[in-house]
Design a protein around this ligand. Structure first.
Ligand code: MYR
Length: 283
């Protein structure tokens, strides 16, 4: 008889209440201020992170979880009677987290480890995690869950985001097509998305207001007002603004489930405060 555990890294930023509801385990990435390293969500809250960035002189850096952290978790899960563990990570092209989870797989023997590259991050990654957790709770086998996630990934999960200040992404080296922005790095509020596991510009836009409007236009172009869809507004320390967008979405898409999520410390390090994202998945 199989028993499948679902693990996400911290960057899916699934609201804790959802993680508890579906018994989803979480392995944190790290934020490093000066030489001090903090596990996000565990040792560093979102509020403290943005406050510290605003007050401090030095900008933070990030790092993947050590393989040892995954090994500890795999062993604990095996002791608890799990036969399989599915680990869903952020894109392997922007973080070594996927590699850490894979390396750890070679160090354990008493549980079957399946590592899934979401090829994205944040709430779109969270959609994979939620789907996997629901299936695991229904007693589905790991192979079936992995096939389902592979299919969802092949169909694509739309996700677009805008940043207030491109210099964070530029500094962290996570933005492809730097050429696109040469000469006007600070003047544009680009809409970005993922392609081939990497962050690439979608459209160059001049103002924050227009960039956010474009995110919503993209949603309206893809989703009919009566569709059964889950939509997530993702914000970097802009909760009130995100709530307003969620209210509008409730009216525009009466059958939709709306989830407000956030860019936490690790992703916030690379996007900067004020970033807004929109992602959706049809049911
Ligand atoms: C690490 O140090 O391993 C973590 C690196 C994280 C890079 C994050 C880049 C921004 C991702 C934005 C995702 C937006 C999804 C809607």
């Amino acid at each position: 008889m199989h028993k499948v555990a679902i693990v996400t890294d911290s960057t899916s930023y699934l609201p804790k209440q959802l993680r508890d509801q579906y018994d989803i385990k979480m392995v944190p990435l790290n934020v490093i201020f000066e030489k001090e390293s903090y596990q996000e969500e565990i040792e560093l809250t979102v509020e403290d992170f943005y406050a510290q960035v605003r007050e401090g002189d030095a900008l933070p850096k990030t790092s993947q979880p050590a393989a040892g952290l995954f090994v500890e978790l795999y062993e604990k899960l095996a002791d608890e009677g799990y036969t399989d563990v599915i680990v869903i990570t952020l894109s392997s092209e922007i973080s070594g987290t996927y590699q850490s989870a894979l390396t750890a797989e070679t160090m354990v023997e008493n549980i079957d480890v399946h590592v899934f590259d979401s090829e994205i991050s944040c709430m779109p990654q969270g959609f994979f995690v939620l789907e996997a957790a629901k299936m695991a709770n229904q007693g589905q086998a790991a192979k079936v869950i992995m096939s389902r996630m592979t299919l969802i990934r092949a169909n694509g999960v739309p996700a677009y985001f805008m940043v207030d200040d491109l210099s964070h992404l530029h500094r962290g080296g996570r933005l492809n097509s730097a050429q696109f922005f040469v000469g006007n790095l600070l003047q544009v509020k680009p809409v970005l998305h993922f392609s081939d596991k990497k962050i690439v510009p979608f459209e160059k836009i001049r103002t924050r207001k227009k960039a956010i409007k474009r995110l919503f236009d993209l949603l309206h172009e893809d989703v009919e007002s009566n569709d059964q869809v889950t939509i997530s507004v993702i914000h970097a320390n802009r909760e009130a603004e995100a709530k307003e967008y969620a209210e509008t979405l409730k009216q525009d898409f009466p059958n939709a489930e709306i989830i407000i999520s956030y860019f936490g410390p690790v992703i916030g390090t690379h996007l900067g405060e004020g970033s807004i994202g929109l992602t959706w998945i049809k049911q």
